[in-house]
Every structure is written in structure tokens, then in C-alpha cells.
Write a protein that binds this ligand. Structure first.
Ligand code: AKB
Length: 312
């Protein structure tokens, strides 16, 4: 039986992933670990742990006889620019702790990379799997280094570590994190709270995005995939839809006609300018049959329905 540790378990991805894993493998087989506090109302096994603390992580691995780790803990692009040293420390030293222990305890690992591995010199349309990786953010630098570290552990130690380059993820259960694509989550809160939305990106800043249900399904599908079929050991391009702030605003406005938007681009626009618009994820589609389900229209309807329920 699988025993799964999820780090960063109460963030935007972790909140949904823990529920999906609990449903698939049973509540007793999923250990949700966070850094500072366990959210009120969380149901299941939870622990506080700093991923840089090897002793603490090892204690959890042995106490629960863990077989798989979904290592989600890390800083995002905007948070990373505020504190580059912390981003390096958590994103890379935390990953190294997990990879070293995974070799020792023979664990399978999932680790999220990001479209942030790409930079201004990368082709922006249909960005290929194998292309130029020269990011201009510290977050992107940690993701490139992390991808290479994962691949190295696979080559050197035979570690089964799998990874996806997440696009901007749209979710409603957890609050948005400190990223660049997170405007596309915050806008829904303003829409339903009747507050005008001030967007920190330009109206035409197209970025790759995905609804959380697709992201969770894809993540678990990659972890379930036959290892012999996997040809990418850095991180898979992983894609669904692309849209600009104006396009998501127009779509939300069809259902919330009172929503107003204005644009005040800040330093996060520079990050957005350095990222691709549309990703080619054909390796994922061929190797493990990845297919997204949510269009922009379907995602907006679902977000509004679910968030309305959550906020009422
Ligand atoms: C961010 O904007 O920093 C993240 C990401 C795309 O990795 N959402």
C-alpha cells in the first residue's frame, strides 16, 4: 500500500492534491505537511515541517513508512523576487533534502517545475520541450537547477522522480499564492465580492494557464504512468489553455456584468514578458496520454460556481 507525504500541502496545488490523494488511497495513507500552520477544518493526518530540516523530514518518512513524496513546498515567482536567498534555500536545498532521502528510503518523488524555466530567449509560441532555458527570475533559476538535479538523481541513482512544468494554475479551495499568473485567481474573488479589479499585468499579457482539476488529474496520471514510457527526466511541458487578462475578464463579465477592471502593470509584467504564451506539450500527450478538459469558458463557469459556494 502506498503511504504518501505531501509537502507544501496547504498551498494552491497541495490543497486540491491532498484531497484527491485521500480519495484515491484513503485518508490514513496521506500525510499533509505544511511549514507554519494547519488550516482550520483540515481533515486527515497533518504535520508541521520545514523541508530544509533533513532530520524532521526523515522522522516523518520513517514514522509513517512513506513510499511516495509529492514535494510541493517552494516560493513562487513574485515571492522569490522579494527574497531571492530564501527562494534559493527553500526551492533547492529543500529539494535536495527530499531527493537524498528518497534515494536512501527508495521513494518515488513528484516535484513541480514551472513555465518559469523559460526566459526571454525561449520561443514564445508552441514552446518546445527541448529548448533554451535562460530564465530571468530567481524562481526560474531554481526550477532549471531543480530539473537538472532531478534528472541527475535519476541517471546516477536510478531514482524515480517525475516532474511537470506547471503553467498558471486556477483554483478556488486555497487562496492564491505570490506568483505572476495568480492574478487570474484573484480576479474571481473581486468579481464575487463586487470589487473592481486592478490588474498588475497588461491587458494583452497572454500566458499559459490550466484549471486545477486538470492539473491534479495530470499530476496523478504522470505518477501512475509506466516508467518505461517516460522519455523526459527533467520535467514535462504541460499545457491546457492560454489567455490574457482582458480575455479572462471578458469571459467572467458574461456572468458578472458589474465587474470592472483597470490595468497597473508592475514589476511582475517583466516576468510575464519573459515567459511563453503557448506551450507545446506533445511529449506528455504521447508518453502518458495527457489531455486537458477545461476550456477558458468551462473553467470560468466552474470557478464562479465553486467560489460562490465557498464564499457564501
Ligand atoms: C508563478 O506565477 O510564479 C507560478 C508559476 C507559473 O509557476 N504560478
Amino acid at each position: 500500500m502506498k503511504k504518501i507525504l505531501v509537502t507544501g500541502a496547504f498551498g494552491l496545488v497541495g490543497t486540491d492534491l491532498v484531497l484527491a490523494l485521500q480519495e484515491k488511497y484513503g485518508k490514513d495513507n496521506v500525510i499533509a505537511a505544511g511549514l507554519t500552520q494547519i488550516p482550520a477544518g483540515f481533515s486527515g493526518i497533518s504535520e508541521l515541517a520545514d523541508v530544509r530540516d533533513k532530520g524532521r523530514i526523515e522522522e516523518l518518512l520513517s514514522r509513517y513508512a512513506i513510499t511516495e513524496v509529492y514535494h510541493l513546498a517552494g516560493l513562487l515567482s513574485a515571492g522569490g523576487e522579494k527574497n531571492p536567498n530564501l527562494a534559493w534555500d527553500i526551492n533547492l536545498n529543500g529539494l535536495k533534502v527530499i531527493l537524498d532521502l528518497a534515494v536512501q528510503y527508495k521513494l518515488k518523488v513528484f516535484w513541480p517545475s514551472s513555465i518559469a524555466v523559460f526566459g526571454p530567449t525561449t520561443p514564445k509560441e508552441k514552446t518546445p520541450q527541448h529548448t533554451i532555458l535562460e530564465p530571468s527570475t530567481i524562481y526560474g533559476a531554481t526550477k532549471v537547477a531543480g530539473e537538472l538535479l532531478c534528472q541527475y538523481y535519476n541517471l546516477k541513482y536510478g531514482l524515480d522522480v517525475r516532474s511537470l512544468r506547471y503553467p498558471g494554475l486556477i483554483a478556488y479551495k486555497a487562496e492564491p499564492g505570490d506568483g505572476t499568473t495568480e492574478y487570474a485567481v484573484s480576479i474571481f474573488y473581486n468579481a464575487l465580492r463586487n470589487k473592481p479589479f486592478v490588474c498588475f499585468l497588461k491587458k494583452d499579457a497572454v500566458l499559459p494557464m490550466m484549471y486545477i482539476d486538470d492539473a491534479i488529474r495530470g499530476t496523478i496520471a504522470l505518477m501512475d504512468a509506466d516508467p518505461k514510457k517516460l522519455t523526459v527526466h527533467t520535467s514535462y511541458n504541460f499545457s491546457a489553455i492560454s489567455f490574457s487578462p482582458q480575455e479572462i475578464f471578458d469571459e467572467i463579465k458574461k456572468q458578472v456584468p458589474t465587474l470592472k477592471i483597470s490595468y497597473q502593470p508592475d514589476e511582475r509584467q517583466k516576468t510575464a514578458d519573459s515567459w511563453p504564451k503557448i506551450i507545446d506539450d506533445s511529449f506528455a500527450r504521447v508518453d502518458w496520454q495527457w489531455q486537458h478538459e477545461y476550456t477558458l469558458e468551462k473553467m470560468v463557469s466552474e470557478m464562479l460556481k465553486q467560489l460562490k459556494r465557498k464564499l457564501s
